[in-house]
Design a protein around this ligand. Structure first.
Ligand SMILES: Nc1ncnc2c1ncn2[C@@H]1O[C@H](COP(=O)(O)OP(=O)(O)O)[C@@H](O)[C@H]1O
Ligand SMILES: [Mg+2]
Length: 257
């Protein structure tokens, strides 16, 4: 996928000021930066929930901004995982996953159910298929949220701070699932401050501040030789909030969880 010179304003506020980057198939791109820097806006531009004012978004060579495209079809090819899970509270886990398959993909009830169960299995939530969101922990709800995205077999899944609403002890199980699906070849754009996750699977990280890409590079680059003062300051703040550099980088692989 290709994001080319994306600009977005809300009234007088310029939130994105010319963002460009490519995401290769099976690549994991991590986006991070201070609150209000435009990360969520960027994801909403990419899935056309909030189309850019200017610029292009290409998915497998197709320009999502062009008028002759069926935007609902294209949107179904872009999965989204939200900070607040956004599950339907009146639907069981399996129905939260199957509803998109039925409504968007037009699958038969039984087929959608089977596929939803398989997706729940991939996030180790099949045993909870018949439970309602209120009966699940935050980590379990988020795994259902991931299953819902996975089941649609999208070309790319966007994650908007998927672990930041979770209690610390529930973060690991969600990161583990994200690591699993990254390793199985899912193309992902992940807004997160989980540096251990980034180090484990990101091919590139992009630091966003005030709607600009300030710095980009490999995880190794950011953890050993960040260039800009803003990035250095931000990484230091993360350490103050979440613990030492070593702790931040701890999440490596499933053996360590
Ligand atoms: N729907 C909106 N209307 C007006 N301003 C918005 C809207 N959504 C976001 N903003 C503003 O745009 C800026 C970037 O927000 P956001 O993309 O949510 O940042 P981040 O996800 O990095 O915290 C913030 O100043 C925010 O207040
Ligand atoms: Mg946000």
């Amino acid at each position: 996928m290709k994001i080319n010179d994306v600009w977005k304003s809300y009234e007088n506020l310029e939130v994105l000021k010319g963002i460009s980057f490519d995401v290769e198939e099976k690549e994991v791109k991590v986006i991070f930066g201070p609150s209000g820097s435009g990360k969520s806006t960027l994801l909403r531009c990419i899935n056309m929930l909030n189309p850019p004012d200017k610029g292009e978004i290409y998915l497998r060579g197709q320009n999502l901004m062009s008028s002759d495209i069926d935007i609902n079809v294209m949107r179904s090819r872009i999965g989204m995982v939200f900070q607040q899970f956004n599950l339907f509270s009146h639907l069981k886990a399996v129905d939260n996953v199957s509803i998109g398959l039925r409504r968007v993909k037009g699958m038969k009830k039984e087929d959608a159910y089977e596929k939803a169960l398989q997706a729940l299995k991939n996030v180790r939530m099949d045993a909870w298929a018949n439970h309602y969101p209120a009966e699940l922990s935050g980590g379990q709800q988020q795994r259902v949220g991931i299953a819902r995205a996975l089941a649609m077999e999208p070309d790319v899944i966007l994650f908007d701070e998927p672990t930041s609403a979770l209690d610390p002890e529930l973060i690991g199980e969600v990161l583990q699932v994200m690591l699993d699906i990254a390793k199985s070849g899912t193309t992902m754009i992940v807004v997160t401050h989980e540096m251990g996750f980034a180090r484990a699977v990101a091919s590139e990280m992009i630091f966003l501040d005030k709607g600009l890409m300030i710095e980009r590079g490999t995880p190794e680059h950011f953890f050993t030789s960040p260039q800009s003062e803003r990035v250095k300051k931000f990484l230091n703040q993360l350490e103050v909030l979440y613990g030492s550099h070593e702790q931040l980088l701890q999440f490596k692989d499933k053996e360590e969880l």
